[in-house]
Design a protein around this ligand. Structure first.
Ligand code: HEM
Length: 529
C-alpha cells in the first residue's frame, strides 16, 4: 500500500533484527519530532511521533492512515507533524485547522504534490485536473470538464442517462438475484452502474459497449498504483527498490493508453464521416479543442488548445475520480440503512409521500428534490464514510501559519476529514448513524462547513460534487423503493460488518451481500436494457 517502501524496509529490518543488528541501531537512532521553542509566540513545526531514520513516518501511512492519524492527533493535537522520507508533512484534524488549510490559506495549499506515478499515468506534469498544480492548464481543464459534465444546465441535460442507468441497475440486480431468490454482491453492480454512467458521459455512443467489467478492473488497478507513490519520491537513494512497481505501472499504463487511444481514433473517424451529427459528450468537447500543427485549436487561443495526451489524461482522471468514489458511497449508504431499519422505513415513507403517483415507476430526481430526509441520509453517509478519507494531498507554496505553527513551503498537507467526522467534540454521538442530526441545520456538503468535508473545499473542491450527490440520492431512493432488502441466512442488521479495508478510497472490508425482494415486479421487468 501507500508505501511499499515501509514494507520493504520493515522486511529488511525484520531480517536484520533477527540477526540482532538493525533493531538495536534503529531504536537508538529514532527521532522524536518535538515542539521546538516558540519564536515570537509561534511554534516552528508541529510535533509528531518517533520518526525512524531515513523513512521517518512512512510506515504509518501504510495501512488505513486516516485511523492512525486520528489516534496521533489525540496525543499531539490538531496538527500532527510528520516526516515522510525527505518530505515534511502535516495532518490537520479539526474543523478550525482544516479551515486554515482549505480557506484561509487556500491559495498556498492549492497545489498537489508531484509523484512519479502520476506523471507516468497522466502523460507528463500538469496535463489534467486532479493532480495538476494550480496553473492555467488546470483552470482550463477543470472548466472544460465542469461545463461538459456538471453545470446545472448540463446536469439537467444528462438527467435521462442517470435515470436509465439506475433503471438498468434495478433490472440487473433483479435478474442476478433470480427475482430475489439469491443474494447479490451489491457493490459490484453499483460500481458497474457508475462505470457505465461515466463512460456514457464521456462517450455517448458507449451505451452497449461490451467489456465494462474489464474497464472497471483496469481502473481499480490504476487507482491501486496511484495510492502508493514510488519510494524514490520520498527517498531518492532508494529508488532502485521501485523497479518492479515501475514495470507494473508501465504495463497498466500501456493497456489503459491503448483503450483511450482507440476511443479517440474511433471518434475522430466518426466525426469525419458525419459532419452534422452531434455526439454531445466530453469526448466531443475535448476533440473540438485539439491543437493543430500550429498548436492552436481552430480560432481558439494557443493556450486553449489541448494535445491528445492532455485529452487522454483528462479522460483517465474522470474515469478514475468518479466511478469508485460514488459507488462506495452508495454501498455504505445502503449498508447503513440495512443496519438501521427504522431509518430505512422512514426514508421509504417520506419518498413515497413525495411521489406524484404512488407505485412502481422509476423515481426521478425531480420527484425527490424536496425529500429533506433523503438529503440528511446522503449527508450522514458522506460524513461517516467519506470515500476519500484524507482528501487528495495538497502541498504548500509559501510559508504560512496553521494552528499557531509556522509551516514552511513545500510541506505536504493531509486533511483528515474522516477523523473530524468521528470526533465527539465536533459531532455528538459521532459514531452513530443519525441522519436526523442534520434536520433544521444549515450544514451542507459544498465545503463551507469545515466539520463536514467529504468533497474537500476551496478551489480544489471535488469537481464532480453535484453529480455524485445526485447519483447517491437517486440510487438509494430507487433501491429502497423497489426492493425489500434481506440479509443472507444467519446475518442480522446488528452483525452486518462495517469494517473498512485498506486503500486510497474507503472500501468496505467485507462485501455487502444482500437479497433484494422486488416490491413491484412490473417496473423492474420493464426497465430499459
Ligand atoms: C461520492 C463521490 C465522490 C467523492 C467523495 C469525491 C471526493 C473528492 C475529493 C475529497 C477530492 C479532493 C478535494 C480537495 O482536495 O479538496 C476530489 C477531487 C476531484 N473529484 Fe471527486 N469525489 C466524488 C465523485 C466525483 C465524480 C463523480 C467526479 C467526476 C465526474 C469527480 C471528479 C473530481 C475531480 C476532477 C477532482 C479534482 C479537483 C481539483 O483538483 O481541482 N469526483 N473528489
Amino acid at each position: 500500500m501507500l508505501l511499499m517502501l515501509a514494507i520493504a524496509l520493515l522486511s529488511i529490518a525484520a531480517i536484520c533484527s533477527r540477526l540482532g543488528i538493525l533493531g538495536w541501531i534503529l531504536n537508538g537512532l529514532s527521532l522524536h519530532i518535538r515542539d521546538a521553542p516558540q519564536v515570537g509566540g509561534k511554534k516552528p513545526f508541529p510535533s509528531g511521533p518517533r520518526a525512524w531514520p531515513i523513512i521517518g513516518h512512512l510506515h504509518l501511512l501504510a495501512k488505513r492512515p486516516h485511523q492512525i492519524i486520528r489516534d496521533l492527533s489525540g496525543k499531539y493535537g490538531p496538527v500532527v507533524g510528520l516526516q515522510l522520507g525527505k518530505l515534511r508533512a502535516i495532518a490537520v484534524c479539526t474543523p478550525a485547522t482544516a479551515k486554515e488549510v482549505l480557506f484561509t490559506h487556500d491559495k498556498i495549499f492549492a497545489n498537489r504534490p508531484y509523484f512519479q506515478v502520476n506523471e507516468q499515468f497522466l502523460y507528463g506534469r500538469d496535463t489534467s485536473v486532479v493532480f495538476t498544480s494550480l496553473c492555467p492548464a488546470w483552470r482550463r481543464n477543470r472548466k472544460i470538464c465542469t461545463i461538459a459534465l456538471v453545470t446545472p444546465r448540463r446536469m439537467q441535460q444528462l438527467e435521462h442517462i442517470r435515470s436509465e442507468e439506475v433503471s438498468f441497475l434495478l433490472r440487473e440486480i433483479y435478474e442476478e438475484s433470480q427475482g430475489g431468490r439469491k443474494s447479490v454482491e451489491l457493490g459490484r453492480y453499483v460500481q458497474l452502474m457508475t462505470a457505465r454512467l461515466t463512460l456514457r458521459m464521456i462517450n455517448s455512443e458507449a451505451r452497449f459497449v461490451p467489456g465494462i467489467e474489464g474497464l472497471l478492473e483496469m481502473i481499480k488497478e490504476v487507482e491501486h498504483e496511484f495510492s502508493s507513490p514510488l519510494i524514490g519520491d520520498f527517498i531518492p537513494a532508494l529508488s532502485f527498490l521501485d523497479v518492479w512497481k515501475k514495470i507494473r505501472v508501465r504495463r497498466i499504463h500501456r493497456r489503459m493508453d491503448s483503450i483511450l487511444s482507440a476511443l479517440i481514433v474511433k471518434r475522430k473517424q466518426a466525426m469525419l464521416n458525419s459532419s452534422s451529427s452531434s455526439f454531445d459528450d466530453l469526448l466531443e468537447v475535448l476533440l473540438s479543442k485539439e491543437a493543430n500543427q500550429n498548436g492552436c485549436a481552430g480560432s481558439a487561443a494557443v493556450e486553449d488548445a489541448l494535445t491528445v495526451e492532455e485529452m487522454k489524461a483528462i479522460l483517465l482522471e474522470i474515469l478514475g475520480g468518479g466511478i469508485i468514489t460514488t459507488a462506495l458511497t452508495i454501498e455504505w449508504g445502503l449498508a447503513e440503512l440495512l443496519k438501521h431499519p427504522r431509518c430505512l422505513q422512514r426514508l421509504r415513507k417520506e419518498i413515497e409521500e413525495a411521489l406524484p403517483k404512488k407505485g412502481n415507476d422509476l423515481i426521478r430526481e425531480e420527484d425527490i428534490a424536496n425529500v429533506d430526509f433523503l438529503k440528511s441520509v446522503v449527508k450522514e453517509v458522506a460524513r461517516l464514510h467519506p470515500a476519500v478519507p484524507m482528501l487528495v494531498p495538497r502541498i504548500s507554496t509559501q510559508e504560512c501559519e496553521i494552528g499557531g505553527y509556522i509551516i514552511p513551503p513545500q510541506t505536504l498537507a493531509f486533511v483528515n476529514v474522516w477523523g473530524i467526522s468521528r470526533d465527539e467534540s465536533v459531532w455528538p454521538n459521532a459514531l452513530q448513524f443519525l441522519p436526523e442530526r442534520f434536520e433544521g441545520k444549515d450544514v451542507e456538503l459544498r465545503g463551507q462547513h469545515f466539520e463536514l468535508l467529504p468533497f474537500g473545499s476551496g478551489r480544489r473542491i471535488c469537481m464532480g460534487l453535484p453529480l455524485a450527490v445526485s447519483m447517491v440520492g437517486l440510487t438509494l431512493a430507487n433501491l429502497i423503493h423497489h426492493f425489500d432488502w434481506q440479509l443472507p441466512e444467519g446475518q442480522t442488521p446488528e452483525t452486518l460488518n462495517m469494517d473498512e479495508s485498506n486503500g486510497l478510497n474507503l472500501n468496505k472490508a467485507v462485501l455487502t451481500m444482500v437479497v433484494p425482494k422486488p416490491r413491484f415486479m412490473t417496473t423492474i421487468a420493464n426497465a430499459p436494457v
